[in-house]
Design a protein around this ligand. Structure first.
Ligand code: G1P
Ligand code: ZN
Length: 541
């Protein structure tokens, strides 16, 4: 064991989901080591503890894993449970943490950001409940990064991570597990695999795009091998260090191959995609795209059809910028719907306290209390289960849903690569004007409320401020503006737009048209285009 002298490195502050930086930054001397030591210090040391370790297979994944293992051993950890080849999807890691009652886990991923030597890498710590560390814990880690003087590491050869089984590293046990097995077994307890198998036997066709990222092996095993979807249903199913040059973010812009296939004459019955680390999902039917906010609402309304949820839901939760479609379901079904800030870490307390079963975000994230992360394949299996039971097409399910609950038109506009100063100044100006906005009429609609969203956690009483600026109109239409907390360079301005339609004659509009006046009102008030010099958003979902 050696103790290595180091010095604090600036900027190691975890964001919405762990520490994310350019891969080359992570590869700099002491960079990874400082952060990992700060993780261990931030949780009160690693001595005698057991952790899960795995990542999404992006460039630097295995090398980082070897460093983390040697540091865990030197810090006195008793055992590390590692996915074979250091691979684990984020939801599978969350499950292993819970299943083995460990002291937490380290996940190596930059989620949906591209991978490669010139792209992104990330490291995140999850708690013993399987969920991302809350701000109190990431704050303690960050503080350590600012005062660190040394880290501990074992001098040793690389551990062979290619074979399932047990090996030793110093005094620490390394348990290498199949990345898919326990996760697949969990899915079998939640969903009616037989009903889904019968669906495929009847000729139902799926196209699952794993985008050359971590869910390939999971898709092959669960969809093709266990559920009998024909071979070839999973496309881009081999994880690659650079994701084959794909941007593994399952939205209509980046999953355009899937979108094209679903628009074609020979479109399969169901299309789905997942992201780099497997926690996001996009769902598409032939000629019909399901917005993530709508998907959450449909799952909430139909979850009882799946065996793992047949007793009904305790409650639901959504992030603040996510549309209120799920609120309408909750209201009708007599459940509480919680609103939380952006980021999965806020859902954990609500689930641990048995307040909610299902939760989701507009950013292609849906999940339940089976783990403490969002879960892409879980959402896809839930959809398949619902389709198998209801024997309707995706388009029919959506039409039926809107008839019952109304349609919350929704869209998110991202302005990427904005200068940090420009973005910060825009937010500051907007914040300064919030008190003057209520009562004003913009684009023919009166503003009812304008504020800077703050969350009071009902379970632990913690307060999170500045979680997004919201401008709400009479009648419930609204827009929200916040800056991304997951980027690795510059700022991304996110503009979230929503309006409710209850007239069935108006359910088939193009969302950008239905939201036209909200988009214009947001520009009039925040002047994003004018300030950034862009003529429109870089990504629209
Ligand atoms: C984004 C999404 C957010 C999600 C997070 C991690 O964060 O908006 O909903 O939880 O990625 O997947 P942001 O970049 O907006 O901070
Ligand atoms: Zn992700």
């Amino acid at each position: 064991m050696t103790t290595v002298k180091t010095h604090p490195i600036e900027g190691q502050k975890p964001g919405t989901s762990g520490l994310r930086k350019k891969t080359r930054v992570f590869m700099q001397t002491h960079y990874l080591e400082n952060f990992v030591q700060s993780i261990f210090d931030g949780i009160g040391g690693a001595a005698g503890k057991t952790f899960v370790l795995g990542g999404d297979g992006r460039y630097f994944n295995e090398r980082a894993a070897q460093v983390i293992l040697r540091m865990a051993a030197a810090n006195g950890a008793a055992r590390m449970i590692v996915g074979r080849d250091a691979l684990l999807s984020t939801p599978a890691a969350s499950h292993l943490i819970r299943l083995n009652k460990t002291d937490g886990g380290i996940i190596m991923s930059a989620s949906h950001n591209p991978g490669g030597e010139d792209e992104d890498f990330g490291v995140k710590f999850n708690m013993p409940n399987g969920g991302p560390a809350p701000e109190s814990v990431t704050g303690a880690m960050f503080k350590r990064t600012e005062e660190i003087t040394e880290y501990r590491i074992l001098e040793a050869q690389d551990v062979d991570l290619s074979t399932v089984g047990e090996t030793a590293l110093g005094d620490m046990t390394v348990t290498i597990v199949d990345p898919v097995e326990d996760y697949a077994a969990l899915m079998e307890t939640l969903f009616d695999f037989e009903a889904i198998r019968a669906l495929f036997e009847g000729g139902f066709r799926i196209r699952f795009d794993a985008m050359c990222a971590i869910t390939g092996p999971y898709g092959h095993e669960i969809l093709e091998d266990r559920l009998g979807a024909p071979e070839g249903s999973v496309v881009h199913g081999t994880p690659l260090p650079d994701f084959g040059g794909m941007h593994p973010d399952p939205n209509p812009t980046w999953a355009h191959e899937l979108m094209d296939a679903m628009k074609g004459d020979d479109a399969p019955d169901f299309g789905a995609a997942s992201d780099g680390d497997g926690d996001r999902n996009m769902v598409v039917g032939p000629q019909v795209y399901v917005s993530p906010s709508d998907s959450l609402a449909v799952l909430a309304a139909n979850a009882h059809l799946a065996k793992g949820y047949s007793d009904g839901l305790k409650g639901v939760a959504r992030s603040m910028p996510t549309s209120a479609a799920v609120d309408r379901v909750a209201e009708k079904m007599g459940m509480t719907c919680y609103e939380t800030p952006t980021g999965w870490k806020f859902f954990g307390n609500l689930m641990d306290d048995d307040r909610v079963t299902l939760c989701g975000e507009e950013s292609f994230g849906t999940g339940s209390d089976h783990v403490r992360e969002k879960d892409g394949l879980w959402a896809i299996l839930m959809w398949l289960n619902i389709l198998a039971v209801r024997k309707m097409s995706v388009a029919e399910i959506m039409a039926d849903h809107w008839q019952t609950y109304g349609r919350n038109y929704y869209s998110r506009h991202d302005y990427e690569g904005v200068e940090t100063q420009t973005a910060d100044a825009m937010m500051a100006d907007l914040r300064a004007r919030l008190n003057d906005l209520p009562g004003q009429i913009v684009q023919g609609n009166r503003i009812a409320q304008a504020d800077d969203y703050a969350y009071h956690d009902p379970v632990d009483g913690s307060v999170s401020e500045h979680q997004g600026i919201r401008v709400i109109f009479e009648g419930g239409a609204r827009f929200v503006i916040r800056l991304s907390g997951t980027g690795t360079s510059g700022a991304t301005v996110r503009l979230y737009l929503e309006s409710l339609e209850t007239d069935p004659a108006l359910f088939e509009q193009d969302p950008q048209e239905a939201l036209g006046w909200v988009i214009a009102a947001a520009e009039e008030i925040a002047r994003i285009r004018e300030r950034t010099g862009k003529t429109g958003p870089d990504v629209t979902t």
